[in-house]
Design a binder for this molecule. Structure first.
Ligand code: GDP
Ligand code: GDP
Length: 437
């Protein structure tokens, strides 16, 4: 069990401001046009060498259409279920409200430590106003703070960490693949993610009715740990139609950028469409691992032995030269190969993060180069001396040679293919670069 600090409270008291302060980043996106949206649900904080997870519960259930009743219930349920310590945030500027009292009514029923965080106490004068919140009947753990300028947060954290039971790692998500599920409307993204939701999960779960850009949910399904960046099922309640399309594309791009691996779902009955090629191209350009799911496989009638192979070849032809990604035929409806889809995505992540020892790389690749050296151009011979994988985030191979400018694109492709063939980079875009030696 990790140390989890959950922030609850009515809208606008400053929960996301505190969240950002605790996790040390200011990434929350305020979208004034269509209601507040946020980039993250949970993050990691540290105080005096103690690490913890922060959940901004409000981030799950925000949205102008939410009924407060529902909001309170969901936030508080989540906090009571998951948290080690609950920070109940109120606003000294606005004073005690009826909605605060409704939160307090529910919070009085938990045994978990509840701290009243009296926010917007930007000045001493305002801090004195925090006394008003004794009336909530939740004890004397009242901390006047200013999320905006940070005052009071240290005193609060001093007390919070006293309730921690475990020594958490600095970043529990490190090495856990972040997977974005992308694809056109109706291909089955939400169905896919919902099927996974049915599996065992841990730490942070999403709550229905979210209106956000993306949800990061951590899963432990089919024996694999991973984080799904989910944009599916998040449909903004907007009246303007262009907006829906615009936002759905924007959300996909954001999810793609945040991910390590993109699962791109296409519809078996429609085949690979122009938009699919665009999103795969974008993933390739951003150096993400890619897995293609051809979903709704159950709808393809009269399947022959070769049908899968034929469709796969058609897809690869359209994607050329991006032909390195695994293609899996799934039916989320009948649960066919859903397990395999996740396993493959995790495998692609491992492929993407592997580091090939230089000696091994040279043993194999220099032989290939010897058998098929770079063709001479204008009488110039290129001599490749050695190759090494750079310590970069995305697999990058540097070939040291005398005249890099004489190497042709086709030869680069050859080297790429040989690296793939020998070292298992399925699903991973790789970079080949040349250095003069
Ligand atoms: P949430 O809806 O509870 O997540 O609240 P937000 O974090 O979005 O904050 C709501 C508003 O209160 C924003 O305009 C913030 O800038 C403002 N705010 C947050 N914390 C403070 C604070 O400590 N002092 C003051 N003066 N304003 C704050
Ligand atoms: P999203 O818009 O990509 O999130 O797609 P949904 O998950 O909402 O699915 C759209 C429709 O396709 C729903 O009616 C699903 O029940 C259906 N669907 C999803 N996966 C499959 C599948 O594998 N086979 C069939 N026949 N229908 C599916």
């Amino acid at each position: 069990m990790a140390n989890i600090v959950a922030i609850v409270g009515r809208p606008n008291v400053g929960k996301s401001t505190l969240f950002n302060r605790l996790v040390g980043e200011r990434k929350a996106i305020m979208d004034n046009v269509s209601g507040v949206t946020r980039d993250r649900h949970y993050g990691y904080g540290e105080w005096c060498g103690k690490f913890y997870t922060v959940i901004d519960t409000g981030g799950y259930v925000h949205g102008s259409d939410d009924i407060f009743e529902g909001e309170i219930r969901k936030q508080v349920e989540l906090a009571i279920k998951e948290a080690t310590v609950i920070l109940f945030m109120v606003d000294v500027d606005a004073g005690l409200t009826g909605l605060d009292e409704e939160f307090a009514d529910v919070l009085r029923r938990t045994d978990k430590p509840v701290f009243i965080v009296a926010n917007k106490a930007d000045t001493n004068l305002r801090a004195h106003l925090a006394g008003e919140f004794y009336a909530l009947g939740l004890g004397d753990n009242i901390f006047p703070i200013s999320s905006a300028n940070g005052s009071g947060t240290g005193d609060l954290l001093d007390e919070v960490v006293k309730h921690f039971q475990t020594e958490d790692p600095e970043n529990p998500d490190e090495g856990v693949p972040k997977i974005a599920v992308l694809g056109r409307p109706n291909v089955g993204k939400s169905s896919f993610v919902n099927l996974l939701l049915g599996e065992e999960r841990n730490i942070v779960t999403d709550v229905a009715g979210t209106t956000r850009d993306s949800i990061h949910s951590r899963y432990n399904a089919f024996g694999n740990e991973f984080i799904i960046i989910d944009t599916a099922g998040l449909r903004r309640k907007t009246k303007v139609h262009e907006d829906i399309e615009f936002y759905s594309v924007l959300r996909s791009i954001r999810a793609l950028e945040e991910s390590d691996i993109c699962i791109v779902m296409i519809d078996a009955t429609r085949g690979l469409e122009a938009q699919d090629v665009n999103i795969i191209g974008l993933a390739d350009k951003n150096r993400k691992g890619i897995v293609i799911l051809v979903n709704k496989w159950d709808l393809i009638e009269n399947k022959a032995t070769n049908t899968m192979k034929e469709i796969e070849e058609q897809i690869r032809e359209k994607l050329a030269p991006m032909t390195y990604m695994p293609i899996i035929f799934t039916s989320v409806l009948t649960k066919q190969r859903v397990h395999k889809a996740i396993e493959t995505a995790v495998q692609v992540y491992q492929n993407k993060t592997q580091k090939i020892p230089t000696s091994k790389l040279n043993d194999v690749i220099l032989k290939e180069i010897e058998a098929y050296p770079p063709p001479a151009i204008k009488g110039k011979f290129v001599k490749i001396k050695y190759v090494t994988q750079l310590p970069t985030h995305n697999p990058t191979f540097a070939f040291f040679c005398n005249s890099p400018q004489y190497i042709r694109e086709s030869y680069t492709r050859f080297l790429e293919n040989k690296i793939r063939k020998h070292f298992g980079f399925e699903g991973v875009p790789i970079n080949v670069i040349y250095r003069k030696k």
